[in-house]
Structures are given as structure tokens and as C-alpha cells.
Design a binder for this molecule. Structure first.
Ligand SMILES: *Cc1c(COP(=O)(O)O)cnc(C)c1O
Length: 383
């Protein structure tokens, strides 16, 4: 008998998977590298993205290293903590709560540093819907000859991540958000300059967090056909399938990005038609994977999320990292970056506000979402 989960998912198919073929790892690394326009080495960390981020910090940190670190959510704080553990001297540029970093503030902090070895930032924040000004920050970091480290876990698939074009030395991505893939596997693009810094003594070795171990035990093996340890076949097959879906007809990474951009545009048009200004007012500073919507005065965040959950197909949650009382997040990530989920989110948010006594125009919002999709054929088919 087949045991089914709540979503009619056949768990039996997960048993006794074939081994992922050895040559497949290098090919997969190349394919995920292409989603971020990287020409550098790409290594896998066989864990969720937060582990890959800690591996980067633990491997890169050196005693006395000077780092300028942008903080726009708890992830930036974690990164600073990990770097300091390795002896780095970290200067944080902390943005206003739930807001993107202001480039002028970043530049001022950079100018105030006599020496800067590394600049770190999160590209897009799933926690609060922020998109940070990566190209400007990249230029400024390069002008100071600093290594540039980017957490792109929540922006990959939603925004183009020009690793080569912007000179990003280390980019960390996970397939579980915009790429619609598994959460148990992450990828890191590492430039030659970053490898050189990582290899400087004291170098982290004999650790699951060591990127140098990965390089020496996998990349430098020439054939690159065996990952150290016992790779989890299900995760690799799932990543393979997610990349196949991206490459399938009408898709490709550019189309995935367009699909997320459209979802964000439609969501923001819907919120504005309700009579509400999106939490991030400037479209260019808004993430394409989730949209932050404000919680109007007099409304309880939990009550809003609870009321919205009544509407089938919506995915609305509290903000994360101190913004819980300020915004809710309308999730249009991965397979949710399409017409029906986007519409469900906007209607759920609008109806929830209405049910809590806040006047909004839900009909206008429905029209605005449909209009955004009609303007965008064929990516935005309203099917
Ligand atoms: C989701 C996310 C991560 C990874 O978190 P996991 O819990 O490992 O999925 C890292 N950075 C950012 C900015 C994220 O949004």
C-alpha cells in the first residue's frame, strides 16, 4: 500500500534512489553557476544555505582582517558574529529597521575605514522584502580592492546576479527559494582571489565548514567526480530536476527572473490599488520573491496573518527580525511566482484588512493584478 502524505505525495518514491552519477556533480555545479553568471569555481555545501553562509565566514575569517558588513536583517548580524569568531574586525553598517541600506551610508562607512579587506552584504532579504543596491556597493568595494561577499540566497532567480560582471568574489545561493529546488543543498561561487584569502594561514581545515577541504578533496581532484563523504542522492536529484524545470521550454534563468519580477510588479500594483503604499515604496529597492506590505495602525499583526490565512492559496506571514509589528510578507517565491498565488495573496491581504475594519478597495486590486499579468504576455499567462 502506498502511504500518502497530506499533499498526496508518494513517499515510496523516495526510497532506494539510484546513486547520483559521479560526473553529474561537476555538471550540476556548472549549471547552478550559470544561474548566477559565474565563471568561477562553484562548490556545493551539503546543507541548507545558512550552513553555507557560516562555512564562508568560518573559512574566510583571518585574525585582524578588516570587514565592512551591511546589516539589513538578522543574517547580517549572524555573519558578523561568525567572522569575529575567526578573529576578523567587523564594522557593521546597519540600515533602518526593515529598510535597504542607503548607499551614501555605506560609502561613508567605507571612506571611514583606512583598510578594508572584505565587504559583505545580503542582496535580497526574504525577511523583510528589501533589495540592497548591489551594483553600487560592488563598484565601491572594487574601488578599494576589497573582496566582495554576497548572500544571494533570497535573490537568486528573482534578480540577475552578475557574479562575473560585478566582480563578486563569493556568492552563496540555495535552490530552495527562487529556483524552486531543494533546501538541503547550497552552492558557493568562489573567485581565485577569494581562494587565496581562504588558503592564507591560519586556514580552516578538517571541518565541515572548511571550503578549503572541499577544494582540496573535490575540485583539485581533477575529475571532480566524487564529493567527499556520502552525498545525499535525493538532494542532488532534486536540484537536477529543479534546474531541468528552469531550462525547460519557455524558461531558462532569465524567464524565471522575469516571472518573479512580474509577480512583484502585480503584487505591488494590487496593494496600491487597495489604497495602500507597499512597505518598500521604491520599486527598485523591492525584492521580487516576497513583497512586504504594511500593517496599518490599530491592526494587530497576528490578527492580520490569521485573517489572511482564511483565503485558500495565499501565503502571508509575519516579517522577521524585529519588523513583526510593521509588515507582513506576501510570498510569491518559486512556483508561487504566478498569477493565481499572487492574486490570492493580494485578495487575502485586502479582505483581511477589510475584516479588521480597515477600508480597502479589493475589486480595484483584483483588476490591478489581472492588468499587470495581461500587460505581460506571454510570461504572465493568467492561466
Ligand atoms: C532564506 C535565507 C537564507 C538561508 O536560510 P535557510 O534557513 O538556510 O534557508 C540566507 N540568507 C537570506 C538572506 C535568506 O533569505
Amino acid at each position: 500500500m502506498r502511504r500518502k502524505t497530506m499533499t498526496q505525495f508518494s513517499t515510496e518514491d523516495l526510497l532506494d534512489p539510484p546513486v547520483y552519477p559521479g560526473v553529474g556533480y561537476g555538471l550540476l555545479a556548472d549549471r547552478i553557476g550559470r544561474t548566477m553568471w559565474s565563471l568561477d569555481d562553484v562548490v556545493f555545501v551539503q546543507a541548507e544555505a545558512i550552513v553555507a553562509l557560516e562555512a564562508v565566514a568560518a573559512s574566510l575569517a583571518k585574525p585582524g582582517m578588516r570587514v565592512l558588513n551591511v546589516v539589513t536583517s538578522p543574517y547580517g548580524d549572524y555573519f558578523a558574529t561568525w567572522l569575529r569568531r575567526g578573529g576578523a574586525i567587523v564594522e557593521n553598517v546597519v540600515a533602518e529597521l526593515g529598510r535597504p541600506v542607503q548607499f551614501a551610508a555605506f560609502q561613508a562607512a567605507l571612506d571611514a575605514m583606512e583598510k578594508v579587506d572584505v565587504v559583505v552584504l545580503v542582496h535580497g532579504e526574504a525577511a523583510n522584502g528589501v533589495l540592497n543596491p548591489l551594483p553600487e556597493i560592488a563598484d565601491a568595494a572594487k574601488a578599494r580592492d576589497a573582496l566582495l561577499v554576497v548572500d544571494a540566497v533570497a535573490s537568486i532567480g528573482g534578480h540577475s546576479l552578475e557574479v562575473f560582471g560585478l566582480g563578486i568574489d563569493i556568492a552563496v545561493v540555495g535552490p530552495q527559494k527562487g529556483l524552486g529546488g531543494p533546501a538541503g543543498l547550497s552552492a558557493i561561487s568562489v573567485s581565485k582571489a577569494a581562494w587565496a584569502k581562504i588558503a592564507e594561514e591560519p586556514a580552516l581545515r578538517l571541518s565541515v565548514l572548511s571550503l578549503l577541504d572541499l577544494k582540496e578533496n573535490w575540485l583539485d581532484h581533477g575529475s571532480a567526480d566524487a564529493l567527499p563523504g556520502t552525498p545525499a542522492p535525493l538532494e542532488f536529484w532534486a536540484l537536477d530536476a529543479a534546474l531541468d524545470r528552469i531550462d525547460a521550454e519557455e524558461e531558462g534563468i532569465e524567464t524565471v527572473i522575469e516571472r518573479h519580477q512580474l509577480a512583484a510588479r502585480a503584487t505591488r500594483a494590487g496593494i496600491r490599488a487597495l489604497g495602500i503604499t507597499p512597505w518598500i515604496e521604491d520599486d527598485a529597492s523591492a525584492l521580487a520573491l516576497v513583497t512586504a506590505a504594511p500593517i496599518p495602525a490599530g491592526i494587530e499583526a497576528e490578527a492580520l496573518v490569521e485573517a489572511a490565512a482564511e483565503f485558500e492559496g495565499s501565503a502571508i506571514s509575519l516579517g522577521v527580525g524585529g519588523v513583526e509589528h510593521l509588515l507582513v510578507r506576501l510570498n510569491h517565491t518559486g512556483p508561487r511566482a504566478s498569477y493565481r498565488p499572487v492574486l490570492a495573496n493580494v485578495v487575502a491581504y485586502g479582505q483581511a484588512l477589510a475584516s479588521l475594519g480597515h477600508a480597502v478597495n479589493v475589486d480595484a486590486a483584483i483588476e490591478a493584478v489581472a492588468g499587470a499579468y495581461q500587460d505581460a504576455e506571454p510570461v504572465g499567462s493568467t492561466e
